[in-house]
Design a protein around this ligand. Sequence first.
Ligand code: HSE
Length: 314
Amino acid sequence: MERLMEDKITARAPSSTANIGPGFDVFGLALDAFYDIVTLEIIQTHSIQVEIHGEHGKAIPLKVEANAAGLVIKKMIEDHHIESGLKIIIEKGVPAGYGVGSSAASASATAIAFNAMFNLNLDKNSLVRYAAMGEVATAGSIHYDNVSASLLGGFVIVRTEPLSFVKIDAPKDLTLCVVVPKINVPQKKTEIARSVLPTQVSLKQLTSNVANACTIVAGFMLGDVELIAKAVNDVVVEPARKRLIPGYEQLKKNALDAGALAVTISGAGPSMISFSKVGQNAENICKAMENGFKSANVDSKGFICKPSDGAKII
Ligand code: HSE
């Protein structure tokens, strides 16, 4: 039985960066660089319709099974025996396919909007589970790092067996520069970026990544940006993916020379992200990173950002 509260409801969810170096599929950080706004509207026909607005929405499929928000709604409708037809209207603010949590933002906003619309009272863990269904549209499989950050906000650690999330507020003096290259990305970019990863790691690589990941968590717990940045070093995923990023080496060097405390691939890329403290010259760091892409003849745009709160009904 449907307990419809509203026939139209709107939610907003932020962009995010995943992995933060050694935390592949484990760490997510919500970023206030971009937001998606999703409106759900009851329609008279018994169907799910997807409508997308905005420059970043042009290449996103409207077919329900190929759309992050569509997949979330499909599953929530099935599980909760909802009989209404729904239109999903997405105001796409997060660039799609660039490693800044685009599908996660649409999926997270959709999950909380649906929860509110039908008064389901789902807990945060269930909402993250539903939002993660949307990742299948672009990654071909479920991963929780971007969706948990986008939905819960701040820095999030994902445990998958059993599934649970730990949220830590990010230090107030953490500033990030995320630089988005102007290159064409394939529809299933994340699936491709995952296909280049090793399936086995050495004990030495495991030790290195565990030590760095633990140090990052300690840095967030202590609110110590320098400690976080010191440990943004991944010896497993980043070495396999860096060849997918034009100008990677130069960009990293430029950012560090300009004063960034750390630089890594944002999620599955191709955007790159740097870590610095409030008071450092973030404009210079952004520019230096853009020049790194330029060294490979790629234009890009840098965005100075801060950690964000999670998804909200607006
Ligand atoms: N952890 C995921 C990956 C994030 O790196 O493939 C994708 O956005």
